[in-house]
Ligand binder design. Structure first.
Ligand code: KG4
Length: 340
């Protein structure tokens, strides 16, 4: 009998539901919240309220698009954390209630595990190149910057991570500072394509081991722009593209430096990326270039599966379901990775 998994994702500001049949994606519905745009960042209380409004229509639409009834489901996978607690509560409570009503098992998923398994999302009639275990995943989003060694679908080691800001935060905060809007990653990515990445130079962190730091690069850009603006008030407007290209290149250099080191130290050549920042054109290009140079097998998830989505939660949930994971109904969401 077919195994049909419903995935539910609500960790931040996207309400998403997906249906997977025997590992093949039948639907993936995402409601992105627009309420945060005016605030230059996600407002947790508004995010929870929007999830509460979106969750029923989003799940109904995912079932409808997949052409199945709720009763056909084998299990319900949901994001337990990490993320915004109020947002996670909506998805977790919904999954628990649905599981109870349908008498179907629920399976909790770590959001980060979803991102690192995004290369296993199979769409009907689309060939997919899956990485071999163990592989390295550069996990880069608004909340995380990590190098993860993925030993199996359910087992992984974090080899390095940021000690301050996540790289997505650096994109977002700098974009806000330059008056370019939120979320900053896509805007900077677009402007960077028109600019000279070697025009300006920003301080790079010197952190031991495989850990990252991004707060210094951010401050370096801030002071540089402030000083230049004092000399020429039109500096920012006239140099936006070059500033974005140079800043983006600095972040990519930092990310790739540690990833190359991790690949050397672990002797792993299966390399993937995941998380919102893995949509970045410059980073994707550099991954392919380094892969070619260093004889890596590089796997880039499709752009639509880089930002938060329930397809990756359904895939991670399916792996967990097959491994016998069943989550009790008294489960509560957790906001931090350390509590997982
Ligand atoms: O994974 P995600 O959707 O949410 C979590 O943080 O969990 O990632 C969002 C982050 C934001 O910081 C956004 O600016 C960044 O991903 N992002 C990008 C791009 N698209 C999204 N950063 C750089 N280039 C992009 N094209």
């Amino acid at each position: 009998m077919a195994e049909i998994i419903l995935g539910i994702e609500s960790s931040c500001d996207d309400t998403s539901a997906a249906v997977l049949r025997d590992g093949v994606l039948l639907s993936n519905v995402i409601a992105s919240q627009q309420v945060h745009k005016d605030f230059g960042g996600v407002v947790p209380e508004l995010a929870s309220r929007a999830h509460e409004q979106n969750i029923v229509p989003v799940v109904s639409e995912a079932l409808r698009k997949a052409g199945i009834q709720a009763d056909d489901l084998t299990a319900i996978a949901f994001t337990r954390g990490p993320g915004l607690l109020g947002s996670l509560l909506v998805g977790t409570s919904f999954a628990k209630a649905l599981g109870l009503a349908l008498e179907k098992p629920i399976v909790m998923v770590n959001h980060l595990q979803g991102h690192i398994l995004a290369n296993f999302i199979r769409e009907p009639d689309k060939p997919v190149k899956e990485p071999q275990f163990p592989y390295l995943c550069l996990l880069v989003s608004g909340g995380n910057s990590q190098i993860v060694k993925v030993n199996s679908p359910l087992e992984y080691d974090i080899l390095g991570q940021t000690i301050d800001d996540a790289v997505g935060e650096a994109f977002d905060k700098c974009s806000k500072m330059l008056g370019l809007g939120y979320p900053g990653g896509p805007v900077i990515d677009k402007l960077a394509a028109e600019g000279d990445p070697n025009r300006f130079h920003f301080a790079k962190p010197n952190i031991p081991g495989l850990d990252y730091s991004f707060s210094g690069v951010k401050t370096s850009l801030l002071y540089f722009v402030r000083d230049e603006m004092a000399k020429d008030p039109s500096f920012l407007e006239n140099n936006k593209e070059d500033l974005c290209a140079s800043f983006q290149k600095t972040l990519i250099d930092v990310l790739m430096g540690k990833l190359i080191r991790a690949a050397k130290e672990t002797r792993i050549r299966e390399i993937t990326i995941g998380g919102g920042v893995s949509a970045n054109s410059g980073l994707r290009r550099r991954m392919l270039e380094e892969g070619e140079k260093r004889h890596w097998n590089v796997y880039l998830p499709e752009r639509k599966f880089t930002t938060d989505n329930a397809a990756m939660i359904a895939v991670a949930g399916w792996f967990a379901y097959k491994a016998g994971v069943r989550t009790p109904l008294d489960v509560a969401p957790v906001s931090r990775m350390a509590d997982f």
